[in-house]
Ligand binder design. Structure first.
Ligand SMILES: *Cc1c(COP(=O)(O)O)cnc(C)c1O
Length: 392
């Protein structure tokens, strides 16, 4: 690894494996299997493969490995394992760490599918306690002798609560638990998760890392012992590995990741500042606004407010729908981190499976609209959003 390079250089060059043809771009090895020169070589490879030897694409593939090496290099972890989707990564990270009788503490404000994985684990006798993730005393109070994992989104979907990675890590580590961070909303560009004490970091690469809304993917990052031990063993045998084609798409997306995410965050800040205090809004939620409850923490932890803004329309669902339907550039969809700006109404889509009480507890109001800012011209986006608010 050329770890003295800075992130933007690593995003373009790190992890490349070239074949005998010396191709310039990352090659796509669209093969599930690999030839062994002899029966003895096959035996040897199953016993102890070198870093350059592959067995089956569910275990690993040269294109997938390029993506894993590049991700580990920019996040600053020893290793990474590429998964079929963000949820395959989260499921792999959590399930590989616990067994019946163990305990997980998780922040209650989370993506609906993350909450579903916790429900599945409860069905297999894993104890789960949901806490207000922003309240360190709640994490402390929930710790038990059998607590194995503390799990949270460092910036929550969709309410943009910012959780103190170092604060939770100190509590977890004192009790012998591992810290698993879903870091999608911060993106690798604003992540200091390793230096703040996270043990395991997961991304949905479907979001900023692809950046073009093309392919599903996920990745789990951590120590070599964990990634090539329990995590790889679980994911490779249960079928959640990333396809080489998707790894190839992610490698090309990564080349522009830093440029895109910084442009998106600049657009998010422009829009959030202009919307803050707007008459049609109950609240503008953006971590870089001083009104955000974890503003100081967000700036220290990420150095940016990120690429997402949440607007809570005072007129509830009706106003939210009018606003969504009036925008011309910002599309209605549920991806995020895309080059295109996208708006979502969580209460009726991504978080519709929660009960009304569950939604109220995590501030998913009927008027809440989550906007993922893209890389379009900031003034065009601002005009689109302000015109649509005016039409409500
Ligand atoms: C999208 C998302 C996921 C799931 O990722 P997929 O690639 O859709 O499986 C998990 N966590 C967060 C915070 C997300 O935004």
């Amino acid at each position: 690894m050329m770890s003295d390079w800075n992130t933007r250089t690593k995003l373009v060059h790190e992890g490349i494996r070239r074949s005998q043809y010396g191709e310039l771009a990352e090659a796509m090895f669209l093969t599930q299997g690999f030839l062994y020169p002899s029966a003895e070589a096959a035996e040897q490879r199953f016993l102890n493969p070198t870093d350059d030897e592959f067995i089956y694409a569910r275990y690993g593939n040269p294109t997938t490995r390029m993506f894993e090496d590049r991700m580990a290099a920019i996040e600053g972890t020893e290793d990474a394992f590429a998964c079929a989707s963000g949820m395959a990564a989260i499921n792999g990270a959590l399930t590989s760490l616990v067994k019946a009788g163990d305990h997980i503490i998780a922040a209650r404000q989370m993506f609906g599918s993350c909450l579903h994985v916790l429900k599945v684990l409860q069905g297999f006798s894993v104890e789960v306690t949901l806490v207000d993730g922003t309240d360190l005393s709640a994490w402390q109070a929930a710790m038990q002798p059998n607590t194995k994992v503390c799990f949270f989104e460092s910036v929550s979907n969709p309410g943009l609560e910012v959780i103190d990675i170092k604060g939770v890590a100190d509590i977890a580590h004192a009790g012998g638990a591992a810290v698993v961070v879903d870091n999608v909303f911060s993106s690798p560009i604003y992540s200091k998760a390793v230096e703040l004490g996270a043990d395991i970091i997961a991304y949905s690469t479907t979001k900023h890392i692809d950046g073009g809304g093309r392919a599903l993917g996920g990745v789990v990052l951590g120590s070599k012992d964990y990634i090539r031990g329990p995590l790889e063993t679980y994911v490779k045998h249960t079928g959640g590995a990333m396809s080489p084609f998707h790894a190839w798409i992610m490698l090309s997306g990564m080349q522009t990741l830093d440029l895109r995410v910084r442009a998106q965050a600049a657009n998010a800040e422009l829009v959030a500042k202009a919307c803050d205090g707007h008459a049609k809004l109950q609240r503008t939620i953006y971590p870089a606004l001083t009104s955000h409850p974890q503003h100081g923490l967000a700036m220290a932890q990420m150095g940016s407010g990120g690429t997402m803004v949440a607007l809570d329309l005072a007129g509830g669902k009706e106003a939210a729908f009018k606003f969504l339907n009036a925008m011309k550039i910002v599309s209605i969809s549920n991806n995020l981190g895309d080059a295109k700006s996208i708006a979502t109404h969580p209460a009726t889509t991504t978080h519709k499976n929660l009960s009304e009480e569950e939604r109220a507890l995590i501030n998913i109001t009927p008027g809440l609209v989550r906007i993922s800012l893209g890389i379009e011209d900031g003034n065009d986006l601002l005009t689109d959003i302000l015109n649509a608010l005016g039409a409500v």
